[in-house]
Design a protein around this ligand. Structure first.
Ligand code: PAF
Length: 290
């Protein structure tokens, strides 16, 4: 696996492959990789001739410096996983390479995708995400880029940004993977102690219970939200950041659930922020691996 730290090296490698007629699939990450990332890599391998991953903990998407400092980092293990997964090149830019002195351009999305959920809970977060993803696209020049569905709002925003800015890349979504206990895989899970993880399990459990209630006919948003809150707020050290019902068409907050909507929540468990969501009416939480 080739490793590049500069935009020029990464772009030259990508251009050389594209000149040979090869397609590139790209999986951007912030490292601390897990099986969820590997499933995105597998999807990328099936979609294109060569695969590039990036690892960059992007400071501009953290609204809280303590959260940035505490974000898990595991570069040697990450590189071993990417090599074993058959990734062709990994792009590892430094903060200075991405944001040199004098840097002053950011991408700010307005509208329904960025006026609710994580956009409100983490001001500036999606400005940082859009900016870094556009910059990563500029370095890697992928034909296809794949993002995990766990970060649903993020993938919708990136997809919209690519369309709005006419970026020549196809944005695809990879399914959320879950541990056998139901937790959505996330790099942040590494920060949970066993006791915190027990409390955090209230999140997927609450969402699944709300989904059951929906299937049994409950349509009142507040009732569905109360089910989620009820599984979480019984524990000390747990704070519900938000829990909202959103219609996917138009990404509108709604008070009454229907078939094409999502119940999305963010929670702090002993200081670790976790997000998850469920598509109401779907048979079960998506994709479980043993
Ligand atoms: O989902 C992530 O890991 C990050 O938000 C991303 C897309 C790599 C941008 O930094």
């Amino acid at each position: 696996m080739e490793q590049f730290t500069t935009i020029a090296e990464q772009r030259a490698w990508s251009r050389a492959h594209q000149r040979e007629g090869k397609t590139i699939a790209f999986v951007p990450t912030m490292g601390a990789l897990h099986a969820g990332h590997l499933s995105l890599i597998a999807q990328a391998k099936a979609a294109a001739d060569v695969v590039v991953a990036s690892i960059f903990v992007n400071p501009t998407q953290f609204d809280n410096p303590e959260d940035l400092a505490a974000y898990p980092r595991a570069l040697p293990a990450d590189l071993a996983m990417l090599t074993a997964a058959g990734v062709d090149a990994v792009y590892l830019p430094t903060v200075g390479e991405m944001y040199p002195d004098g840097y002053c351009t950011f991408i700010e999305m307005v509208g329904p995708l960025t006026d609710k959920l994580c956009a409100v809970a983490r001001p500036g977060h999606f400005r940082g995400v859009c900016t870094v993803v556009a910059k990563l696209f500029g370095a890697v020049t992928p034909d296809i880029a794949i993002f995990g569905e766990k970060d649903l709002q993020q993938v919708l925003i990136i997809s919209r940004m690519a369309a709005d800015l006419n970026l020549p890349v196809e944005v695809r979504v990879g399914a959320t993977l879950r541990d056998p206990d139901g937790m959505a895989m996330s790099s942040r899970n590494a920060r949970l102690s066993p006791a915190s993880r027990e409390k955090a399990l209230g999140l997927p459990r609450g969402l699944e219970l709300a989904n059951q209630a929906f299937k049994e006919g409950e349509r009142t948003g507040m009732k569905l939200i109360e089910i989620v809150a009820g599984e979480l707020l019984v524990h000390e050290g747990v704070e519900l950041d938000y829990c909202d019902l959103v219609k996917l068409a138009g990404f509108k907050e709604i008070e009454h659930a229907d078939d094409a909507c999502v119940l999305a929540a963010a929670v702090f468990v002993d200081g670790v922020r976790l997000i998850d969501h469920v598509h109401l009416g779907s048979e079960s939480l998506p994709v479980v691996i043993e």
